[in-house]
Design a protein around this ligand. Structure first.
Ligand code: ADP
Length: 187
């Protein structure tokens, strides 16, 4: 998986305009799909995972029991139940182990595979939290670069998806994310 340090993107100087950086609670967003930073069992947990399960209602956990879990870097789809979003796409980010365990590649796959699954379900708008940057411990700045490059790499070859929102919960994270977006866009 490539990221910006490699400078090998198809559009190295400009991110796809469909990518936007926003601040907020992902469970409140009126988009076709929100992505959950889930754990492999897909049955709920802490952080954004807990917030999504609370907002979707117990039906999400019951549905996810039928999915057989999810491997790191892969993605599974569920209905949104009580969420404004029509679908939840669950992906399992890598746990940060110091950087030499293919964490970057696996995180890139989370974004790429989530977008691929969304497109296959004719989803046109999708919102991502900053996967792996909470309890999984991935360094935030590097995670943002990977999120942007991997999503951009998908979008250059896809016309179905119209809007990709990168959602930060805190104002500090939002400012960091926006700074990286601006920096990457002006390279
Ligand atoms: P992981 O286990 O993948 O690290 P976490 O849920 O611990 O997942 O954190 C992932 C990111 O989600 C963190 O940056 C955290 O601040 C953010 N987050 C937590 N709750 C929400 C929410 N309601 N909406 C958007 N982002 C959230």
């Amino acid at each position: 998986m490539l990221y910006f340090g490699d400078c090998r993107l198809n559009t190295p100087n400009m991110l796809d305009q469909r990518i936007q950086i926003i601040q907020g609670d992902i469970t409140r967003l009126d988009v076709a799909a929100i992505v959950n930073a889930a754990n492999p069992g897909l049955l709920g947990g802490g952080g954004v995972d807990g917030a999504i399960h609370r907002a979707a209602g117990p039906e999400l956990r019951a549905f996810n029991k039928t999915l057989g879990g999810c491997k790191t870097g892969e993605a599974k789809i569920s209905p949104g139940f009580r969420l404004p979003a029509e679908f939840v796409i669950s992906t399992v980010g890598p746990v940060w182990k110091g950087g030499n365990s293919n964490e970057a590649g696996l995180l890139g796959q989370c974004y790429y595979n989530s977008l691929k699954l969304a497109s296959a379900h004719n989803i046109t708008s999708i919102a991502f939290p900053a996967i792996s940057t909470g309890v999984y411990g991935f360094p935030f700045r590097q995670a943002c670069e990977i999120a942007l490059s991997s999503s951009n790499q998908f979008l250059v070859q896809n016309d179905n998806i119209q809007k990709v929102l990168m959602v930060s919960f805190s104002e500090a994270d939002f400012n960091t994310y926006l700074g990286i977006y601006t920096q990457v866009n002006s390279r």
